[in-house]
Design a protein around this ligand. Structure first.
Ligand SMILES: [Zn+2]
Length: 346
């Protein structure tokens, strides 16, 4: 059975020979090149080659192509720092110095970046095309579209300011979320038009570790749901990832309509398995800390525990709960994939 088929079966809640396996490993890939990460993330061919090289080592079923959580913010004018050994991050938030009224006014003149013209987006879309040419028949390639509407809004304003503004219901909030929804949609659409088999949104800022479930529903879920439904209307497969423990919002998260919900190691996997069954595919959820600080045996034990918790649910993709750090021991990742293949047979 081709790895791609295995993933598609999971998305349709159908049985395969075994559980499909993904790796959230763009930092591990970058590390494998031996080059400064900033150089890798500025080159389509290095991103693509590093993913393909990593696949030769780990032999997983599904590739997640991304360069962290700041690509869309950069395309909207944020200034980024590209460290040598980790993900790029937003250094200067475009709306940091503006008051609420000024943000509202600025948004009237903002244009949605064109993924064919905006360099950070273009680099990622081109990387996905190279990978698809090479492995698109065999593997499931997810061209990730970075941040969802809520998290991108936070990066454009500055996260702390944005959360404070949210608490007082600042007048620009809905305008900004409408704008970031359009920005997100345009990039996700470009990833899919490039041939990706699926795309994703990351909403790291929208989980109960950061905002209340009420605010999630009112501001984040509303726009996630709208944009996901627009993407699904085009026949696209879309995944929604929120970091941390999402037990308190899991029903709403499933209610966004995403084909895949990516959960973190902190979320109760058994209850996620029951709630999601037949509605959405669960992806996860071995904690990246186990990869980073555990032994090979720890990784094996945690992987088996994860597979056990999902017993009886074919709508499952085994993967790390969040992005793996660049320094994770390759032996731990190999042990994870091997254990998944051995113990994940149906
Ligand atoms: Zn995460």
């Amino acid at each position: 059975m081709k790895p791609k088929e295995r993933v598609l079966n999971a998305l349709n809640f159908e049985k395969s020979d075994r559980i499909p396996i993904d790796l959230h490993n763009f930092l591990v890939c970058a590390k494998l090149t031996g080059k400064p990460f900033g150089e890798v993330f500025h080159s389509s061919s290095l991103i693509a080659q590093s993913q393909l090289d990593a696949h030769k080592i780990f032999d997983h079923d599904m590739l997640l192509i991304e360069a962290g959580v700041a690509t869309l913010a950069e395309s909207c004018g944020a200034e980024l720092e590209y460290p040598a050994d980790t993900s790029p991050w937003v250094k200067t938030h475009p709306f940091a110095e503006l008051n609420h009224r000024e943000i509202k006014a600025a948004l009237r003149n903002m244009e949605v970046p064109d993924p064919a013209a905006s360099l950070p987006l273009k680099i990622m879309v081109e990387a996905v095309k190279i990978i698809l040419d090479e492995k698109g028949d065999e593997l499931f390639i997810m061209g990730r579209a970075d941040q969802g509407p809520f998290s991108l809004a936070g990066e454009l304003r500055g996260i702390n300011e944005f959360l404070l503004d949210l608490a007082v219901g600042a007048e620009y909030i809905e305008d900004l979320l409408r704008f970031t929804s359009e920005v997100y949609f345009s990039y996700a659409d470009a990833m899919m038009r490039a041939g990706s088999h699926g795309t994703s949104m990351g909403e790291s800022l929208a989980g109960p570790d950061v905002i209340s479930p009420e605010l999630y529903k009112k501001y984040a879920m509303k726009y996630e749901k709208e944009v996901i439904s627009k993407l699904k209307a085009k026949g696209y497969i879309i995944s929604n990832h929120i970091c941390g423990n999402v037990d308190a919002i899991l029903d709403d998260l499933i209610g966004t309509g995403a084909n895949i919900i990516e959960i973190d190691g902190k979320t109760n996997l058994k209850s996620a398995c029951q709630k999601a069954k037949g509605k959405t595919c669960i992806m996860g959820s071995v904690n990246p800390n186990v990869f980073a600080h555990g032994t090979v045996q720890d990784v094996r034990d945690k992987t088996i525990e994860t597979i056990e918790a999902m017993k009886g649910n074919y709508g499952f993709i085994l993967g790390p709960g969040c992005a793996l750090g660049g320094d994770v021991a390759l032996e731990n990742i190999k042990a994870f994939v091997e254990t998944g293949k051995e113990s994940g047979k149906y």
